[in-house]
Design a protein around this ligand. Structure first.
Ligand SMILES: Cc1cc2nc3c(=O)[nH]c(=O)nc-3n(C[C@H](O)[C@H](O)[C@H](O)COP(=O)(O)OP(=O)(O)OC[C@H]3O[C@@H](n4cnc5c(N)ncnc54)[C@H](O)[C@@H]3O)c2cc1C
Length: 409
């Protein structure tokens, strides 16, 4: 039995300090500018590529950390720097994971390098699943992919929305319905390379927070991609659909649903870690401010009303991190998420980030409410964590269903 420890080893500390240095020296100083510009911070992504943080290798190394803490540690530090810029740096990873999880070795080798480009010519990728009528309810997706056997091509039609890097990506990974009878089991993922006729960017959203991250609609009109762009290949898809049809007939759909849930449970802690990073950043600003700002002849932290808020903020942040680390460790150790621990970590960390960043504004008073201080931006940024990768309500639904075994709605 491995000895239990919560202390990072020397190598992990080194990596953490390196990422923190990049976040402090490169990301943080650029945060306000790119938030105002509401544009993808290409020069910062390029800097990240130069030092090796914007690359598949970097994520692979963190992912294969045997303790499971590599990814949460990296996310916390990058998002501590700034959430919008950090999402621009890690957003490609969402599409890359889609290819890694479902693609053949050849597809992985072909497309992932094109998602990142290189330090002299960085590229980004987009993962397009959400639709105007299919947000939380993924099964109601309408984008269709129809196979044209004569040409060995797939024809995609539909509208995707909220796609991070949508329309500006070198590679779009698009989820589409191939068998509408099977709900989410009838979905498949496709690579749509840059310049494919019929793919266009719809509206680019003007957002409340994470404004350095590009979010847009992606419109697909008779988009034709070669058969080789179906992730995993046609044979595998046909086998999967056949199994799903058999299970549906036998009323045995639960097993597949459970496999999909396990994937979410393993990926949600990473979003929790992003939230911990933003919360920690706001808490640190508030703590410093409370120690230096004087009113009534003494630092405002001298008042229990302020000091106790900071105590609560820090307690919640540490609790959130522990939930994230537990779920990440469970994922890497192959443990069953019998209490939806991944969803718990995302729920608690995202709600903590929203609350803590609001408390930070309160502690900074009028200054907190202005763009002269970063907590206003952090509070706007934090609101995303309770929405994307499954809203807080969906996390609660998953947790409640898992705990009760009941089909709670
Ligand atoms: C900035 C940003 C970036 C994003 N990036 C991507 C991306 O790269 N790729 C991608 O595919 N998607 C992306 N998304 C989409 C994101 O995952 C969805 O917004 C999210 O899943 C919620 O869907 P929705 O917005 O349609 O809300 P809805 O599903 O319409 O939900 C609206 C409200 O109803 C509640 N609700 C819905 N159903 C239930 C229920 N059964 N019980 C209780 N409450 C319920 C929700 O919790 C929410 O409060 C992004 C979104 C944003 C805002």
């Amino acid at each position: 039995m491995a000895e239990f420890t919560m202390e990072l080893n020397d190598e992990q500390k080194e990596v953490r300090d390196w990422i923190h240095g990049f976040a402090a020296d490169v990301i943080r100083p650029a945060a306000a500018e790119w938030d105002e510009r509401e544009e993808t911070p290409w020069p910062v992504i390029q800097e990240a590529a130069k030092v090796g943080i914007y690359s598949l290798d970097f994520y692979a190394q963190q992912y294969f950390d045997p303790t499971g803490l590599g990814i949460p540690m990296a996310m916390e530090e990058l998002f501590w720097g700034d959430a919008g810029i950090a999402l621009s740096i890690v957003g490609t990873g969402l599409a890359a994971v889609g290819v890694l999880a479902n693609g053949t070795e050849e597809q992985i080798g072909t497309w992932i390098p094109q998602m990142y480009g290189d330090a002299n010519d960085v590229k980004v990728a987009a993962f397009c699943s959400s639709e105007p009528d299919a947000g939380s309810d993924v099964a109601s997706m309408r984008t269709r992919a129809v196979y044209d056997e004569a040409k060995d091509e797939w024809v995609l039609n539909g509208t995707k929305t909220w796609a991070t890097n949508g329309g500006i990506a070198n590679v779009h990974v698009v989820v589409a319905v191939v068998d509408s009878e099977l709900g989410s089991k009838g979905h498949a993922s496709f690579i749509v390379p840059l310049g494919t006729p019929g793919l266009s960017q719809g509206q680019k959203f003007k957002k409340h927070g994470i404004r350095a991250s590009h979010t847009a609609e992606v419109v697909l009109e008779n988009v034709r991609v070669p058969g080789s762009c179906l992730l995993g290949g046609k044979e595998k898809l046909d086998e999967r659909l056949a199994r799903a049809r058999e299970r549906a007939k036998a009323g045995n759909g639960e097993r597949l649903k459970n496999a999909a849930m396990a994937t979410f449970e393993a990926s949600r802690p990473a979003v929790g870690a992003m939230a911990v990073g933003t919360a920690r950043a706001a808490y640190e600003v508030a703590l410093d401010y409370a120690k230096t700002r004087e009113q009534f002849g003494r630092p405002i932290i001298d008042n229990q009303g302020v000091a106790f808020q900071l105590a609560d903020m820090r307690t919640s942040i540490d609790a959130a991190r522990l939930l994230v680390w537990r779920a990440s460790w469970m994922a890497v150790s192959g443990k069953q998420f019998t209490s939806a621990e991944g969803s718990m970590s995302k729920l608690f960390a995202s709600e903590t980030a929203k609350k803590v960043t609001g408390q930070a504004i309160q502690i900074l008073g009028g200054n907190g409410y202005t763009r002269e201080y970063p907590v206003e931006r952090m509070h706007r940024d934090a609101a995303i964590y309770t929405i994307f990768e499954g809203t807080s309500e969906i996390q609660r639904l998953v947790i409640a269903r898992t705990l009760s075994g009941m089909p709670i709605r």
